[in-house]
Write a protein of this length. Structure first.
Length: 73
């Protein structure tokens, strides 16, 4: 006799996967609600881009600065 289960294999969903899915859904909603174009002025340079993209760039820059500022020698 075989000890394999008779029905289909059951997959469990971890808490990390649920949180990742929730963050992905919230991110998609945020992007869809912030598609308006904005102008960013930096000295003499003016750039027009979607608001969500500008906020993403600022987030990435903040993370990079945080990593560099807390890096141990």
């Amino acid at each position: 006799m075989s000890s394999a289960p008779a029905g289909p294999a059951r997959r469990t969903v971890s808490t990390k996967q649920i949180v990742a899915l929730a963050v992905a859904v919230l991110t998609l909603i945020f992007i869809l609600q912030n598609r308006d174009a904005v102008q960013i002025a930096f000295f003499t340079l003016t750039v027009t881009a979607a608001l969500w993209f500008v906020l993403l760039i600022v987030l990435v820059l903040g993370v990079v600065i945080g990593v560099l500022a807390t890096r141990r020698k």
